[in-house]
Structures are given as C-alpha cells and as structure tokens.
Write a protein that binds this ligand. Structure first.
Ligand code: BEZ
Ligand code: FE
Length: 288
C-alpha cells in the first residue's frame, strides 16, 4: 500500500470514529478539522521532526498561558484566525458600528466609573477626551447602555502586564450612558505598541520576519437592552501600523481623528486645558 493510500485510509477511519458523536455540530467541526489537518499534512509532506516541533510549539504556547496571559488567543490573532472568525460572524447592518477582535487583554473586570472620569491613573501620555453616544440603528439614543473600555498606557502596556507599575484598572472603565445615550471620559491618546513577544508567538514572529506592532487604539464593548453588543476598537487616525497591524484588525470605519477641540465646558468637566485632543464618535448597535 502506498503512503497516500495509507493516509487516505487513516483519514476515513478517524472521521468514521466520530459516528457516535451526539452533538451534530461537534461532529461537523471535528470532521472538518480532521479532513483539513490530514490534507495539510499530505499537501506539505509534513515530516515527523516538523510535527514534533509543532507539538513542542503548541505545548509551549499552553504553558505560557496564565490567569493574565492568553498565548493561544495571541496565536489565533497573529495567524489572522481571530479576525477571520470575527468577520464570518460580524455581519452588520449598514451604519452599525463594525466589530473587531477582542484581543487577549480583556481578562479583568473593568472598574465601574462615572461619566467624565479619567481612566489614565498614571498620567502616561497626552491627555484627551473621548465622547459620543450609543445609538440604535435608527438613530434612537440608548440611555443606560454600558460602554466597557480598555487601553494600554502611554508606554504601550496594559495594567495586567505591568502590575508593578500600574494599579489594577488603569486604562479601564465601565461607563453607563446618560439619559441622552451619551458617554464621555478622559484618558491619554493611545500609542502604537507591540503585542507580547517574550513567548512562543514572539518566536513565530521573529522566525517569519514580522513586526509585532499594533496601531494606536482603544477597545470598546458597547451593550444595551434589546441590542446585540459590539466588541470593537477605535484606531487613532494617522497612527503608524494602520496598514500593517500585527493582528489584521483594522477596519477603515473604525479610524477616528483625535482632533484639537475648543469646548471649554467639556474641558472644565474633564479637568483638561482648553483646547484639547478629542475623539468623538457614536457607537451604533443593531437590534437583537
Ligand atoms: C490588543 O489590542 O489588546 C491585542 C489584540 C490582539 C493581540 C494582542 C493584543
Ligand atoms: Fe489593545
């Protein structure tokens, strides 16, 4: 029997072994996984040594995960799989805010904050205001919507990456929109930052000559009763790496100006000098 005939047989045997799977969707997913993995091994003529190397890599990826580090999400992100899954499932009505990847740093609960509060507890960059409204698809404001926000500090690190330098909750906030559906908070203008490269995913990037940078961004999850929540970012217009995000997550509609604004009353409320940098945008949710 040739090697190809053997591998065809083992593929069918492995697929047939799923016959007793009670959950039809699980059976469909595992069948597809087996068929595609086997096709990959045949197509690339995968060697024993290469497969052992891959298993070592996946083992190291698992061993790098902790309560505050998710190397598997990072791996999915740099392979473009997170963005592909997001895109397959992220169909939105025209006008609704587009979604993008969650990323690995939404692993702690954001502290509940009052509208207007400063999420930059360490003063790590150029201060700015972020404001807007949460709206339904037809433009109706959504009072009481929640806006969960997280971002890296001015040095490009999340609080969970630098617990020695940042208090828990730095760069994070859970806000509730007011009676007009409006939200506002103060922070620092985010800067581009590298995804963590001190683990197996960093080895992968180096082996493939890729840079690890993400363009400057702030993460949001907006939720409101009767609406599908949206997980997204806003990206800073003009940031480096907008055209080469290490995790392929930029969508043009999510790029926002942090313009120089003249608004003495908002400046006073947020404790900012006037004029000040201001990102203004609405988060538009689809009815569920
Ligand atoms: C982030 O933006 O927080 C992120 C997303 C994907 C991979 C690494 C970091
Ligand atoms: Fe991020």
């Amino acid at each position: 029997m040739t090697a190809d005939a053997t591998s065809t047989t083992v593929t069918d045997q492995a697929v047939n072994s799923l016959a007793g799977t009670a959950d039809p969707r699980l059976r469909e997913l595992l069948t597809g996984l087996i068929r595609h993995l086997h096709a990959f091994a045949r197509e690339t003529r995968l060697t024993q040594a290469e497969w052992e190397r891959a298993i070592s890599f996946l083992t190291a990826t698992g061993q790098t995960c902790t309560d505050t580090r998710q190397e598997f999400i990072l791996l999915s992100d740099v392979l473009g799989l997170s963005m592909l899954v997001e895109t397959i499932n992220g169909d939105r009505a025209p006008g609704a805010t587009e979604s993008t990847v969650l990323g690995p740093f939404h692993m702690t609960e954001s502290p509940v904050r009052r509208l207007g509060e400063n999420i930059d507890l360490v003063g790590g960059g150029e201060p700015c205001a972020v404001s807007g409204r949460v709206l339904s698809g037809d433009g109706t404001p959504l009072p009481g919507a929640t806006i969960d926000v997280w971002q890296a500090d001015g040095n490009g690190f999340y609080d969970v990456q630098r617990p020695d330098l940042q208090p828990p909750g730095n760069g994070r906030g859970l806000f509730t929109a007011d009676a007009e559906g409006s939200f506002r908070f103060r922070t620092c203008v985010p800067s581009p930052y590298p995804i963590p490269t001190d683990g197996p995913v960093g080895d992968l990037l180096r082996a493939t000559g890729r840079h690890p940078y993400r363009p400057a961004h702030i993460h949001f999850i907006a939720s409101a009763d009767g609406h599908a929540p949206v997980t997204t970012h806003i990206f800073v217009a003009g940031s480096d790496y907008l055209d080469s995000d290490a995790v392929f997550a930029v969508k043009p509609s999510l790029v926002q100006d942090f313009e120089l604004a003249d608004d003495p009353s908002l400046a006073r409320e947020l404790g900012l000098p006037n004029p000040f940098r201001h990102a203004r945008f609405d988060l538009v949710l689809e009815r569920s």
